[in-house]
Design a protein around this ligand. Structure first.
Ligand code: KIV
Ligand code: ZN
Length: 516
C-alpha cells in the first residue's frame, strides 16, 4: 500500500460497464467517453478486453493512441499468455499502459469454472503476472471472486502476484456478495499478513448486487485501499458496478471522515453521466444519487423554505459542484454560428467541424419551431449530432404521419439509402409502429426492437423529445438516439441511428447491399 491519501480512480465503464447486456458501444462512442474521462482527471481507463473481440482490441488501441501522458490506459487479460500478449499488442500506442490480468481464486470458481487445483492456480498467477511484466512495469492482478476466496489462499496468491511483479492488487467482489465490515476485514488481513504488500497499491472492485457497491468500496478505502474501480452511472454487469460519481462525491463531501483525495474534476460528472446514458440508452433513475433528475430538487414546502433561508439546510453539496447548472435560456433564432460555437465550448463540448455544422443546422431548425431554446436542448442536439456519423448509409429526409381515432395510422417516409432517395407509405398499430414499418420497408431489414424509450428534454408541450431505440440482430445490439420537437421524427431518427450502427457491425463480417 502507498501511504499517500490519493485515491486513484480506475474507470471501467468501457470494459465492465460495456458488459451490461444492451450497453454495447461503438468505437466512436468509446472514444468520446474516453476523452471525457481523461478531461475529468481519472487516473486509469480500462478501455476493454482486447482478446474478447476485434472491436475491443481496436477500442483499446484507439484509446491508447489518443491518450496523453497523464493517464494510464489499461487492457484486461485472463491468465493465458494469448490474452496477455493480445492486451500488450493493443496497448502499444499508449504513453502509459497497464495490463490487468485475473484468475478465479474462490473454491467454487476453481472447482467448477476453471476446473483447476489451487496449486495450478498459484502457478498461473505467477506465470501470468511475470508474462505481463515482460511488457510493462504497470501490472494489475485480480483474484476473481476474491471476497468468496479463503483468506489464507487469498493472501498466498496476492503474495505470489506481487513477487512476480504486480504493482496493483485488486480485490473483486465479483458477485456483489460482501458487506462493508467484511470487505474492511479482507483489506486489513491483506495489509497485515502479506509480507510484500507495501510494494503494491490495493484496489477495490465491487459489484452492486445487494446495493452495497459504493459502501463496500468506501470501506475498502478506509481500510487502506488506494484505488477504486468504478463506472459512470454505476453501469456494469447485472446490478452494476460502484458508481464513480457517488464514490468521488462521498470522498469530497465527507472529507472530514474520509481524508482522501481524488483528482477528478467533479464539475464534469453531469456531462459524463448524460453522455454514458445517451450512448447506452440506460436512463438514470430520477432518484439516483448525485446524477438523478431529482437529486437536487426540493419539492416539499418545509425543504423549500429552509433552502430559501440557507441552502445548507438541506443541501450537502451544491448542484454546481457536480456540473449541474440551471438549464438557462440560451439563444434564439438570430444567434449566429460563432455564438453557437462559443456556447458549445462553455458547455464543455469540443466537437469536430462537421459535428458543429450539423448541430448548428439542427439548432437553427429548433429555434424556428420552439420559442425558448435551453442548455438541455443544446445537449440533446449535440448528442444527436455526434451519434450520427458522416458516412451513415441511411439518412432521414422527411416524415408525414396521419393518425387519430378514425383510420389506421399511416406513415409517409422519405429516406436516403446509399445516396438513393426512397419513399414509402406504410401503416402500423400506432404511429410509431407505422414509422418503424416504413423504415424497415425501405431497407428490407428487420432487426428485433429491444427498447423504445422517450424522454422529454425540457418541460412544456413544445419540449424536444429524446428517443432511444435498441435494436438486435444475430446477438448484436446497438443503441440509437434521436431528438426533435416531434416525437415521431425523433423516433425515426433514433431508429435510423441504431440501424446505421447495426449495419456497420454487419459490414465488419459480411458487407451487403441494402435492397428493398
Ligand atoms: O468483477 C470481476 O471480478 C471483474 C474482474 C475481471 C476484475 O470484473
Ligand atoms: Zn467486475
Amino acid at each position: 500500500m502507498t501511504s499517500d491519501n490519493h485515491v486513484r480512480i480506475f474507470d471501467t465503464t468501457l470494459r465492465d460497464g460495456e458488459q451490461s447486456p444492451g450497453a454495447s458501444m461503438n468505437l466512436g462512442e468509446k472514444l468520446r467517453i474516453a476523452e471525457l474521462l481523461e478531461a475529468m482527471g481519472v487516473d486509469i481507463i480500462e478501455a476493454g478486453f482486447p482478446i474478447a473481440s476485434n472491436g475491443d482490441f481496436e477500442a483499446v488501441t484507439e484509446v491508447s493512441k489518443r491518450a496523453g501522458d497523464g493517464i494510464v490506459i489499461c487492457g484486461l487479460a485472463r491468465s493465458g499468455f494469448a490474452d496477455i500478449d493480445r492486451a500488450a499488442e493493443a496497448l502499444k500506442p499508449a504513453p502509459r499502459s497497464r495490463i490487468h490480468t485475473f484468475i478465479s481464486t474462490s473454491p467454487i470458481h476453481m472447482k467448477y469454472k476453471l476446473q483447476m487445483e489451487p496449486e495450478e492456480v498459484v502457478e498461473a498467477v505467477h506465470a501470468s503476472v511475470e508474462r505481463a511484466r515482460g511488457y510493462t512495469d504497470d501490472v494489475e492482478w485480480s483474484p476473481e471472486d476474491g471476497t468468496r476466496t479463503e483468506r489464507d489462499f487469498l493472501c498466498r496468491t496476492v503474495e505470489v502476484a506481487i513477487k512476480a511483479g504486480a504493482t496493483t492488487i485488486n480485490i473483486p467482489d465479483t458477485v456483489g456478495y460482501t458487506l462493508p465490515e467484511e470487505y474492511t476485514e479482507i483489506i486489513s488481513i491483506l495489509l497485515n499478513r502479506v509480507p510484500n504488500i507495501d510494494k503494491a497499491v490495493l484496489s477495490t472492485h465491487c459489484h452492486n448486487d445487494l446495493g452495497l457497491a459504493v459502501a463496500n468500496s468506501l470501506a475498502g478505502v478506509r481500510a487502506g485501499a488506494r484505488q477504486v474501480e468504478c463506472t459512470i452511472n454505476g453501469l456494469g454487469e447485472r446490478a452494476g458496478n460502484a458508481a464513480m460519481e457517488e464514490i468521488v462525491m462521498a470522498l469530497k463531501t465527507r472529507n472530514d471522515l474520509m481524508p482522501y483525495q481524488t483528482q477528478v474534476d467533479t464539475t464534469k460528472i453531469m456531462p459524463a453521466s448524460r453522455l454514458v446514458s445517451a450512448i447506452t440508452g440506460f436512463t438514470v433513475q430520477n432518484n439516483k444519487a448525485i446524477v438523478g433528475a431529482n437529486a437536487f430538487a426540493h419539492e416539499s414546502g418545509i425543504h423549500q423554505d429552509g433552502m430559501l433561508k440557507n441552502a445548507d439546510t438541506y443541501e450537502i453539496m451544491t448542484p454546481e459542484s457536480v456540473g449541474l447548472t440551471e438549464s438557462k435560456l440560451v439563444m434564439g433564432k438570430h444567434s449566429g454560428r460563432h455564438a453557437f460555437r462559443e456556447k458549445l465550448k462553455e458547455m464543455g463540448y469540443e466537437l469536430g467541424q462537421n459535428s458543429v455544422e450539423d448541430a448548428f443546422r439542427r439548432f437553427k431548425d429548433l429555434a424556428d419551431k420552439k420559442k425558448d431554446v435551453y442548455d438541455d436542448d443544446i445537449i440533446a442536439i449535440v448528442d444527436d449530432a455526434v451519434t450520427s456519423e458522416e458516412n451513415d448509409r441511411i439518412r432521414f429526409v422527411s416524415l408525414r404521419i396521419a393518425c387519430g381515432s378514425e383510420e389506421p395510422p399511416e406513415a409517409r417516409l422519405v429516406m436516403e439509402v446509399d445516396g438513393d432517395t426512397r419513399e414509402t407509405v406504410q401503416t402500423g398499430d400506432g404511429p410509431v409502429d407505422a414509422t418503424f414499418n416504413a423504415i424497415k420497408a425501405l431497407v428490407d431489414f428487420t432487426p428485433h426492437l429491444q427498447l423504445y424509450q422517450v424522454h422529454s428534454v425540457t418541460q412544456g408541450t413544445d419540449a424536444q423529445a429524446e428517443v432511444t431505440v435498441r435494436l438486435e440482430e444475430d446477438g448484436k445490439t446497438t443503441n440509437g438516439q434521436g431528438a426533435d420537437t416531434d416525437t415521431l421524427v425523433a423516433s425515426a431518427r433514433a431508429y435510423i441511428n441504431a440501424l446505421n450502427k447495426l449495419l456497420l457491425k454487419r459490414e465488419k463480417t459480411a458487407p451487403a447491399a441494402l435492397s428493398a
